[in-house]
Design a protein around this ligand. Sequence first.
Ligand code: GLV
Ligand code: GLV
Length: 301
Amino acid sequence: TVQFEMWDSDEPVPRLELLKKVKGCDGILCVLTEKIDAQLLEAAGPNLKVVSTMSVGFDHLSLDELKKRGIRVGYTPDVLTDCVAELTVALLLATSRRLIEATHEAKTGGWGTWRTLWLCGHELANSTVGILGLGRIGVAIAERLKPFKVKKFIYTDVAPRPELANMIEAEYVSFDELAKQSDFLAVCCALTQETHGICNWNLFSKMKKNAIFINTSRGGVVNQEDLYEALSTGLIAGAGLDVTTPEPLPTHHPLFTLKNCVILPHIASASYTTRNAMSALAANNLLAGLRGEPMPKELKL
Ligand code: GLV
Ligand code: GLV
């Protein structure tokens, strides 16, 4: 039998409380609001064998520290791919067709009459869609966008990924070409030291004026000051963000003042089906790790 203690609240467990409670644990099941770093691993002590995160992202885990101590790590890829891709498409369309602005206008008296260029946006038909970081989620997004008559998919990554790219007939291009050619640019990479802040002025300044920037990965890949500048000066047409730095983004943040920026509170995997699948997978990863068995989804350290 496994003895466990659960933090029974939607609010993140206070850090000091967490540091106290992990003492002597064999395993930890966490979500992405918990930093699993050297301090926490020290507080847990030498019994700790496994950390299971209920997320596909793992930037909140200090992988070097975990590896050093021989602690195994479970995460939840695959089960959320469809859900995240679906939300990404919804956010893309909401941004490109200005849906949030439009409903606001409709209910606050801005809807004077039918006007020729009022609330015009940009359409997917005949567009080029760029994917920054092609993995399972990027492929799933492209599969969903294809029926919208996208002309061309392009992607960049540290190296070409032909098996995935072939599934969606995507062409490998340089980072610069991705910036220059994309009408829609979806960020689907993991947040690492290499990707931290890569969506900055260097990227935005090369993008098309009609381009729509979408991020459902991690806020840390974006330089938000540069994005604000790009959006407020019309360098790019719009941005849809499901992730920000920090989270929650303070309500007084300048990005909230922009009509062409749609901000969601990190809900890409938020369907009942997917969150249930993620929690079951996280629990199974934890149990397998505790028993020294192969985990359903283990992160290779
Ligand atoms: C959500 O952002 C996740 O990493 O699962
Ligand atoms: C739009 O409603 C149109 O009739 O073109």
